[in-house]
Structures are given as structure tokens and as C-alpha cells.
Ligand binder design. Structure first.
Ligand code: GLN
Length: 304
């Protein structure tokens, strides 16, 4: 596969088409991002990177970070975490409250907001300094000590985070949040604020294309079994009520974020990250979805 040419040609084609959608404004800081940004980086399992456009500009990875907090929780509790949340697609929006009431405060999966908040609660139960240890873990997975929270974005989301505050309190009322709700939701807002470039993001997710082992160093981040199951959850839940369409059109396990990022992996081959801030009506990057669809159509390589 001539990665360089396929990335370049796919990028040029998508760039030539109308860029639909809108940037997220419910987090005011995200509303300030230039909607014209468009970057791509593919990292093959030998660590080689192929880029196009804004591949080196940092952006808020938002819900993409939920995959990394899930990985840490699995490292700490393994399958015990599934007593607190499920592994089922929600079929609803990422911030929906609807199913929580009928399902006794047990979130459908760890990639919707309610599930990620329970994962943050699990981390608060295990870690002495959750915020410090979580970013430390993510820097370790990324093999990059410069990865940071964005104080500005975390505070911006916190200033308008009424729905997530409702989610954490609603689950607390069912007894599915064990720690102080303020501490748990604060960790969640900081987790969401983490910034990475496309190159950093695709390299960081390389362990999920590599049997749980960090690229190059082969450091075991997750067991092979755990990494396979995280990929399965990304495949079925990574795009919320558009997960089926992503599986149908792209055919890779992946995760989106309202900052306009998407990361996807082809196990035993590569991880790829795309960033374009304008979101479709489901809250996933419009150009990111279109790029990945054309990319896997061209490479004819999917998990299917
Ligand atoms: N922090 C965002 C929220 O809670 C994450 C949503 C997303 O990226 N899908 O709404």
C-alpha cells in the first residue's frame, strides 16, 4: 500500500468538497477554533508516519480521551469494571440521560458521557491524585511528556457543563458513583480537555493496533485480550448513534470527539487520526468521517 500517495490523494479530494457541519459551541472555547483546520496522520505499526495538512496542530481530543481512561481502569480492575457499566451500544446521543433511569443508573458503555463519568469514579477510587496520575498514564501511553490538559478548555466546559453535572448526580442517586461528585466530574472535564496533534494521537493509539503493546518499545499497555475488547467497544460504541454507519462506511474500530478529531485503528497494521472541527448532526467530524470512508474504500482494508 502506497500510504503516502493514498493519504495525499484522499486529503486533496476531501479538501475539494464542501465542508458541512458546525463547530461545537456548547463548550465556548471549542467555538473559537478555526473550522478550516484539516489534518491527518497515519502511523504504521513500525512507527512510520504519513501526514497531510494540519497534522502537527494540537486540538482538544474530548471524547477520544475516554478510550485512554477506560484503558487505565481496565489495567486497575480488569473485568470488575463491568459491574458498574455495560458494553452495549446506546443508539442515543453521547450525553443522553434517557436510558439511565430505566437501567438503574448503569451506563450502556464507557464511551458515552455517563459511562466515562463512571470510569472517572473508578479512577478516583484507586488513585491518590487522580488528575496527576491520569495525565501521567496518558503521557506514558503516548511516550510523550508534553501531553497536557487544557485548563482553558476544562474551565470553559465546566462553566456550561450542566448536563454532565446532572448525569453524575443522577448516577450518584442510584449508588453508581462512589466518590464526591465534584471530584469525579472535575476529572471528567480535565480528561476531555486533553490536547494532542494528529501525529501524537495516532501514535498514542498504536497500542490498540499492536496487541496492546506500545509501538517501537513493545511496552505492554493492555493485554492482547483487553486491547481486542477495547477495539470491540470502539467499533460498536465509538460514534454513539452513528456507530453503525461508521462500521458500515469505514469498517474500523474508532472514536470521535466534539473537538473534531477521529482516531481509528486497523489491528496489526496502523492507527490513523483525522482532525476537522466542523461536526455533523451526530456530533462527529463531517470531514473526518468522509476522509476515513474514502480512505478505506481506496485501501480496501477493513476489519471485515
Ligand atoms: N466533554 C464533551 C462532553 O462531555 C465530550 C463529548 C464528545 O466529545 N462526544 O460533552
Amino acid at each position: 500500500m502506497d500510504c503516502h500517495k493514498i493519504i495525499e490523494d484522499t486529503y486533496a479530494h476531501i479538501l475539494s468538497k464542501e465542508n458541512k457541519g458546525a463547530v461545537a459551541t456548547y463548550i465556548p472555547e471549542l467555538g473559537k477554533v478555526d473550522p478550516a483546520h484539516f489534518g491527518v496522520c497515519l502511523t504504521t505499526n513500525d512507527g512510520t508516519q504519513y501526514t497531510a495538512g494540519d497534522a502537527y496542530s494540537p486540538f482538544s481530543i474530548q471524547s477520544i480521551a475516554k478510550v485512554l481512561s477506560l484503558s487505565l481502569a481496565l489495567s486497575l480492575e480488569d473485568t470488575m469494571i463491568w459491574q458498574r457499566l455495560d458494553v452495549e451500544p446506546s443508539g442515543s446521543a453521547f450525553n443522553s440521560l434517557v436510558q439511565l433511569e430505566s437501567e438503574n443508573g448503569i451506563p450502556r458503555n464507557p464511551l458515552i458521557n455517563a459511562g466515562a463519568i463512571v470510569v472517572c469514579d473508578i479512577l478516583c477510587s484507586h488513585l491518590k491524585d487522580p488528575k496527576k496520575e491520569l495525565i501521567g498514564y496518558i503521557r506514558d501511553v503516548a511516550n510523550n511528556d508534553t501531553i497536557q490538559y487544557s485548563e482553558t478548555i476544562a474551565q470553559s466546559e465546566k462553566s456550561n457543563g450542566y448536563l454532565n453535572v446532572a448525569l453524575v448526580n443522577f448516577m450518584k442517586s442510584f449508588g453508581n458513583i462512589k466518590n464526591d461528585v465534584e471530584q469525579v466530574i472535575d476529572l471528567y472535564f480535565y480528561l476531555s480537555s486533553i490536547e494532542m496533534t494528529c501525529c501524537q494521537l495516532s501514535k498514542t493509539f498504536g497500542f490498540l493496533a499492536n496487541g496492546g503493546k506500545q509501538l517501537i518499545t513493545n511496552k505492554q499497555i493492555l493485554t492482547r485480550s483487553q486491547s481486542q475488547r477495547v477495539n470491540a467497544i470502539m467499533q460498536t460504541c465509538g460514534f454513539y448513534d452513528e456507530a453503525g454507519e461508521f462500521a458500515y462506511k469505514v469498517g474500523l474500530p474508532g472514536k470521535s470527539g466534539v473537538g473534531g478529531g477521529i482516531v481509528a485503528v486497523l489491528p496489526n497494521s496502523y492507527s490513523i487520526s483525522v482532525w476537522s472541527p466542523k461536526l455533523n448532526e451526530k456530533g462527529n467530524s463531517y470531514r473526518g468521517m468522509k476522509f476515513l470512508q474514502l480512505f478505506t474504500d481506496t485501501t480496501r482494508e477493513t476489519i471485515f
